[in-house]
Design a protein around this ligand. Structure first.
Ligand SMILES: Cc1cc2nc3c(=O)[nH]c(=O)nc-3n(C[C@H](O)[C@H](O)[C@H](O)COP(=O)(O)OP(=O)(O)OC[C@H]3O[C@@H](n4cnc5c(N)ncnc54)[C@H](O)[C@@H]3O)c2cc1C
Length: 421
């Protein structure tokens, strides 16, 4: 990765995480030059100890990566999700047995005609996503300044200035904050956030399974919150389960034996013996929404704009949709001879993403409240709701299209079309 910029960029992107690199690739596809800045060297981000999570990627978000040339690096690590089983029974494996009265089953075969045989989504470990995107960016000649931090941002007439931790100053017509929840760009723009903590943590571990998972993802609702068993390549699974913050901390420090025993009480034995592979991770969970997605010359994408609960596995997918929408708006603006950092152009991006983001954040927040609860009446009501959706084919198909990110006014890249076309 180079240490200084070679020619003036159109866009400076603070943060070379999964949303930031996708945005840089999408902008390059639309004919714009971006420079990425990140305090972490790319090779540190791809170590298994850096981020033990895997992400459920919607089929439309994966289409974007395919259109941007990243699929060859990602496909070898991508597990197809063929089915999703949602249960509210006493053990996760209950849904694998005889039909339950209160369970919901989504099957990719049901929407095969509308999405050309694509699965419901893909499960990929974050380190492989980061490595695959980094390799694609490198092949595309995208400049990355790393390791160095963005420490200050100032919007001026015709350009914004970015100060780096090594004292260098860069400038461009537009600066995009992709640096996650503690966005420097967001603070510099004077954009506030609304949100709240859930008093919960997401405990994450990768496990090896004795029996094959057959591409099935399980979401099981326990009183403390959802317990997800997400299929990975090679008969492994990524577990994400929600615990109270206090119990999450206890699990972080627990011995390997105690952690395994605790895990097995929740997991059950329906997939045979379960072996914990590698380190465990504990993430505090909260909702955080930026009050605006832009000001003149500054804009926000990904978790810098919206951090949501992982209950539906959609946080990154929302950020990837932001990237696709922003790249399309900016490339159209260039074609029309407009200033890409102007409030008028950035408002088109914000208008496109605002409703989708807010409606999803509200829905996930409601799911957390409804499903992290052991109230018998609520359990009965949500079980009945699941059973109802399960019986209505069009409702099931709608939810599958929605989770696949294929509903509404889709940016071209999410339809798999290049911006250059
Ligand atoms: C337990 C858990 C499970 C999840 N599972 C899923 C899932 O299955 N599917 C899904 O879609 N989403 C999931 N998410 C959400 C997803 O992980 C996030 O939405 C996603 O990581 C956000 O990506 P990002 O690139 O916007 O930000 P980040 O991943 O936070 O990346 C920010 C980047 O900015 C850099 N940076 C920080 N400060 C600066 C600075 N000052 N200057 C320059 N760079 C800086 C960082 O080094 C980093 O590289 C999950 C979240 C959790 C907690």
């Amino acid at each position: 990765m180079s240490a200084q910029t070679s020619s003036a960029p159109d866009v400076i992107i603070a943060g070379a995480g999964m949303a930031g690199v996708t945005l840089a690739l999408a902008l390059a596809d639309g004919g714009l030059k971006a420079v990425l800045v990140d305090p972490l060297p790319f090779d540190a981000q791809t170590a298994p100890t850096f981020d033990g999570r895997a992400s459920a990627i919607s089929f439309s978000a994966f289409r974007q990566w395919r259109a941007l040339g990243a699929a060859e690096h990602l496909e070898p690590h991508a597990q197809r999700i063929e089915q999703i089983l949602v249960t509210d029974a006493k053990t996760p494996g209950a849904a694998a047995g005889p039909p339950l009265p209160f369970a919901l089953r989504f099957d990719a075969a049901e929407i095969a005609d509308r999405c050309e045989g694509e699965p419901l989504g893909y499960l990929i470990e974050n380190r492989h996503i980061r490595a695959g995107l980094a390799a694609t960016a490198q092949a595309r000649g995208i400049e990355v300044l790393a390791p160095v931090k963005v420490t200050g941002v100032e919007a001026g007439v015709g350009a914004a200035k970015v100060t780096l931790s090594d004292g260098r100053v860069l400038s461009a017509p537009l600066v995009v904050g992709c640096e996650g929840r503690n966005s420097v760009v967001r603070r510099a723009a004077g954009i506030g956030v609304i949100g709240w903590g859930y008093g919960q943590s997401g405990v994450v571990a990768t496990v090896g399974l004795e029996r094959g998972h057959q591409g099935v993802a399980y979401e099981h609702f326990l009183p403390s919150g959802p317990f997800a068993i997400l299929p990975l390549t090679g008969d492994r699974a990524s577990l994400v389960w929600t615990e109270s913050a206090a119990r999450g901390e206890a699990l972080r420090g627990a011995s390997d034996e105690a952690f395994h025993a605790h895990l097995m009480r929740r997991f059950g034995d329906f997939l045979g013996k379960v072996e914990v592979l590698g380190p465990r991770f504990v993430y505090p969970l909260s909702l955080q929404l930026a009050e605006r997605f832009h000001t003149e010359r500054l804009a926000l994408v990904g978790d810098a704009a919206h951090g949501v609960h992982p209950i539906a596995g959609q946080g990154l997918n929302l950020g990837l949709k932001d990237a696709a929408a922003m790249a399309q708006v900016l490339s159209e603006a260039v074609r029309l001879g407009e200033d890409i950092g102007s409030a008028a152009v950035l408002e088109r991006y914000a208008r496109w993403r605002r409703v989708d983001t807010i409606s999803n954040a509200i829905a996930f927040d409601a799911f957390v409240r409804i499903f992290s609860n052991d109230n018998p009446a609520l359990r009965l009501a949500r079980g009945a709701g699941m059973a109802l959706v399960n019986r209505i084919g069009p409702a099931r198909r709608f939810f599958m299209q929605e989770a696949g990110g294929a509903v509404g006014d889709l940016p071209k890249l999410l339809r798999g079309e290049s911006l250059a076309a």
